[in-house]
Design a protein around this ligand. Structure first.
Ligand code: ZN
Length: 330
């Protein structure tokens, strides 16, 4: 636009400017082209690395995909490792990234409703395979009426249980075979390796927890319902299915009473949570009963945590449950 401002000035200068303009045009064209390309690449993220383009909602699913797909796929996790998952919402960038993928994997069970509500209606679905990793699986009904509106009909934390993880990852394997049958053998080999690891962990859960049937365990956030259901334990928590709530004083008081009743000495804290409420519980329970509460960890598996990957966190959870149950009543 600036180019025409001097149009009424004297002719020799105008000619010079015209030449300058002509010289600038190719540069402008290049700037616009490369600028556009740069933005496109930026939005695409990892999409240019080659292999089957896979998008997963969050870390556990991206981990499963990586293990099963190996070098034949390129996977992007929409929620970055370690980011709070419960209140997360996609931006335009995640819509672009998902639009470039061939396979879209989401947890389902009400965990990532934004995938179906916001992303899927905004993208071109032609040739894409959608994997709802919990479709058809037996889910835990959300019985807390107050939470029903906000968190939906089911407990979304399926991935913490090896039993559920086995079924979820099998759906991912099937989607890879469907999308890329030429590499059937590769996916099958990788799937068998991953499945064997998970089955080993699952049998460790069964063997270790069979001695603690129906035993109660106490957590900050109600994220381990599928472990409780699948291995027959009883979960109590001070906050509900959503991790961003504040615990009520009433809930804290109830937990203290329950721990006292059950003679439980251990409280499980997820890494990333404040220890404030746990300290309150610890002090009050000590005054009430003289019980010295130990704090152990249970991992939510939002990402690589303290250097532990998804399967390692699953193993740590079992180890800490065993340590905790052995402590109780001492
Ligand atoms: Zn959670």
């Amino acid at each position: 636009m600036i180019l025409f401002i001097s149009f009424q000035s004297n002719k020799p200068i105008m000619r010079k400017k015209k030449q300058l303009i002509l010289a600038l045009v190719p540069i402008l064209v290049l700037v616009i082209l490369f600028g556009g390309l740069y933005i496109a690449i930026g939005f695409r993220g990892k999409a240019s690395e080659g292999g089957l383009e896979v998008v997963a909602s969050f870390y556990p699913l991206a981990y499963m995909a990586e293990q099963i797909g190996g070098e034949k796929i390129s996977v992007t996790s929409l929620i970055k490792s370690g980011v709070e998952t419960h209140s997360w919402q996609p931006s335009m960038q995640e819509i672009f990234i998902t639009n470039d993928a061939r396979i879209i994997i989401y947890n389902g069970a009400g965990f990532d409703t934004w995938m179906q509500d916001d992303i899927i209606p905004s993208i071109d679905l032609k040739g894409k395979i959608l994997v709802d990793s919990t479709s058809g699986l037996e889910l835990i009904e959300n019985t807390n009426r107050e939470e029903l509106d906000e968190h939906g009909q089911y407990d979304p934390h399926t991935w913490v249980s090896p039993k559920m993880a086995l079924k979820q990852s099998q759906k991912i394997y099937q989607a890879f075979v469907e999308a890329d049958p030429e590499n059937l053998e590769h996916y099958t080999d990788q799937w068998i390796i991953f499945k064997t690891k998970l089955e080993k962990i699952e049998s460790n859960y069964i063997n270790a927890l069979v001695n603690y049937q129906k035993k109660p365990f106490f957590t900050t956030h109600e994220a381990f319902g599928y472990i409780a259901r699948d291995y027959n334990l009883t979960q109590f928590s001070i906050i509900g299915l959503s991790a961003d709530q504040q615990p009520s004083t009433q809930m804290v008081a109830e937990i203290i009473e329950k721990m006292f009743e059950e003679r439980v000495n251990v409280f499980y804290l997820e890494p990333g949570y404040s220890e404030v409420y746990v300290q309150v519980i610890k002090e009050e329970l000590f005054q009430k009963s003289g019980l010295e509460i130990k704090i152990l960890k249970l991992y939510h598996m939002n990402g690589l945590t303290e250097g532990y990957d998804y399967l390692e966190q699953m193993e740590r959870n079992l180890l800490n449950l065993k340590v905790g149950f052995a402590e109780d009543g001492k």
